[in-house]
Design a protein around this ligand. Structure first.
Ligand code: CP3
Length: 354
């Protein structure tokens, strides 16, 4: 395996010294880039991009050609796991994800298989190894998965939801059924992430996009407990290097202390919490990733630079910070503004690493 030319992302996650704060953007390969839209048109649709390792590799590398990013993230989707469990994922243009089959009863849940990472999700493993080869040590590759709770909401609702009506009703009406579903998802995600690590992912992130919609008690029992279980089953060292794990609960700011206790190396923060305060709350237990409001990228480059400066100042000196947005970059952002953001992080952060 080629040595890493730029490992500051992995070093910051492990709280080792860095020269400048590393930066990447959630959803960095996506519709705000004209070259992404061209590849998607060539492939036909979004799932064809995901299922063809050559296309998945092409779009993963596109943002790295434009910007000096410190990490690449596998191009795929969190919903590949429920798809491999037999639900039939498809995307209606402009409508978001949909499933042909949904899960509503205990019997539906009992019938769900645990997918085999190689047999059922081999296209993702192939994408990971293809991207690793093409990266050739430029920057580390991040693998990812959805959290069990986040995946369960899509499986029970049949797609995106504003209020999680069906999934929350199941949680309260039939907690036994919900726990069985979450347990199967935790097993599936553990195998899926370990498959990605063995295929070449050098860090992994769990996206708990909808954990923040739960009550404090329900979050502990129905989301965090299953992420903890996954973390305890992950391969933590591969190719002679630690494989850092990042937990990102959107809306999890109130629960940072307990998330920091779940065994991961780093926490992803959305933009609603102050990163300096978050650092004081989690102490030296974990690194932090985040947390600029993605809508700041609609402002002008000068304002973007100021917001980057504010976040760097709030975090303060020393390692343990990976700069990111507090959630994914949106399709309407001007690519030049994303470039201004990334350059500002590198230029303004050197003073904090002396
Ligand atoms: O970050 C990256 O660049 C890697 C790729 C990535 C995608 N989805 C590609 C994608 C990642 C990490 C995801 C994760 C994902 N997918 C999440 C968790 C992250 C989050 O945002 O909280 C969720 C909830 C999903 C499910 C999903 N996939 C939705 C709700 C949608 C439609 C929403 C939308 O933006 O239109 C998708 C589709 C999707 N996944 C797109 C991309 C680039 C857009 C598809 C297209 O090209 O039309």
């Amino acid at each position: 395996m080629t040595a890493l030319k730029n490992d500051r992302f992995l070093r910051a996650l492990l709280k080792q010294p860095v020269d400048v704060t590393p930066v990447w953007m959630m959803r960095q390969a996506g519709r705000y880039l004209p070259e992404y839209r061209a590849s998607r048109a060539k492939a036909g649709d979004f799932m064809s991009l995901c299922k063809n390792p050559t296309f998945a590799c092409e779009v993963t590398l596109q943002p790295l050609e434009r910007y000096p990013l410190d990490a690449a993230i596998l191009f795929s989707d969190i919903l590949t796991v429920p798809d491999a469990m037999g639900l039939g994922l498809y995307f209606e243009t402009g409508e978001g994800p949909r499933f042909k089959k949904t899960v509503s009863t205990l019997a539906d849940i009992e019938a769900l298989p645990i997918p085999d990472a190689q047999k059922d999700l081999g296209y993702v493993m192939d994408a990971v190894s293809t991207i690793r080869r093409e990266l050739n040590g430029r920057v580390p590759l991040i693998g990812f998965s959805g959290s069990p709770w986040t995946l369960a909401t899509y499986m029970v609702e049949g797609g995106s939801s504003k209020d999680f009506r069906k999934s929350k009703a199941m949680l309260y009406d039939n907690p036994h059924a919900m726990h069985l579903l979450l347990d199967k998802l935790a097993q599936s995600v553990t195998a899926y992430l370990n498959g990605q690590i063995l295929a070449g992912a050098q860090a992994v992130q769990i996206f708990d996009s909808w954990g923040g919609s739960l009550s404090a008690a329900a979050y502990q029992e129905f989301s965090l407990a299953y992420m903890r279980k996954i973390v305890s089953g992950l391969i933590r060292e591969h190719e002679g290097r630690k494989v850092p794990v990042i937990l990102f609960t959107k809306g999890g700011g109130l629960w940072l202390e307990s998330i920091a206790d779940a065994g991961a190396d780093a926490l992803g923060l959305d933009w609603t919490c102050d990163i300096g305060e978050a650092r004081r709350r989690v102490g030296s237990k974990v690194a932090l990733q985040g947390n600029m409001d993605p809508t700041v990228l609609y402002a002008n480059p000068q304002a973007i630079r100021q917001e980057v400066a504010n976040i760097l100042k709030s975090y303060g000196s020393g390692t343990g910070h990976v700069f990111n947005l507090g959630h994914g970059i949106t399709p309407e952002v001007d690519p030049a503004n994303a470039g201004a953001f990334i350059n500002a992080v590198h230029e303004l952060s050197a003073q904090y690493h002396q």
